[in-house]
Write a protein that binds this ligand. Sequence first.
Ligand code: AMP
Length: 146
Amino acid sequence: MDFSKALIAIDGSPHSEHALEVGLALARKLGAEVGLVTVVDPAPAVTLEAGAPSVDILTMLRQEAVQCLEKARAAAAGLRVSTHQREGAPAPEILHAATQWGASIIVVGSHGRTGLSRLFMGSTAENVARHADVPVLVTRLAGAKG
Ligand code: AMP
């Protein structure tokens, strides 16, 4: 079984920071290449603004995504890393990134920025786990509410 390419999905939440930590540890153990993916989701901004999101909000979200990827890239020092910034609904975009990049495993947090704490896992994590063609590692942040 091939685990040479680990795609780690990050959204800037403490849960995904934990997923990053676990994913990087795994990649170091396996000598795997790392892909970091973050998805800018314009949908919440659209709801907030009752229409198309203003350029300012999207620009801000895109800048946040760049920072999120750069911070994660720094944490992955010493590993072979590529970053993937996408736009759209998070789960399908993570899955597309996995296919396009040729991921052999996907790492996600059990919850994220939007996940409801009462749920066993958030909808992005669940949809990725349900639909991925490769194994999915769902990490849980011990002691976290949600
Ligand atoms: P959720 O299911 O939205 O609560 O998020 C669970 C996990 O999915 C997070 O910890 C991340 O690993 C991943 N995730 C959620 N949203 C995004 C996003 N916009 N970009 C990349 N990864 C995400």
